[in-house]
Ligand binder design. Structure first.
Ligand code: ZN
Length: 107
């Protein structure tokens, strides 16, 4: 039994479905220096400012942010704008700046 026997696996078709590295564009298989890559599920979210304002106002009214959270409507304060989408990135191509550019527009 090897160390990786219990880990979730990806078939070749699963790796091909991910496409090339989303940062450098090279093939995942053999395209990176290290035999490691990330599968990244990424979404872009935006705060719902009117919901945040209602939340802050309730906190001020009750004079307690914790009480406002417990007694308020517990509404969403942010919404997913794009995504989620799943991409793959070579181990050596992962930097936060690169990951932020991966989100496709209008999805
Ligand atoms: Zn890469």
């Amino acid at each position: 039994m090897s160390l990786t026997d219990d880990m979730p696996g990806l078939k070749e078709r699963d790796v091909e479905r991910l496409g090339p590295c989303a940062v450098c564009g090279k093939s995942l298989i053999g395209g990176g220096r290290l035999p490691l890559f990330y599968v990244v599920r990424i979404s872009r979210a935006g705060f719902d400012l009117p919901a945040i304002n209602r939340r802050v106002a309730l906190g001020a009214l009750l004079q307690s942010s914790a009480l406002a959270q417990a007694m308020g409507p517990d509404e969403d304060i942010a919404k997913i704008i794009n995504g989620p989408t799943e991409v793959a990135v070579h181990e050596e191509c992962t930097e936060v700046g690169h990951l932020l550019r991966l989100m496709p527009e209008g999805e």
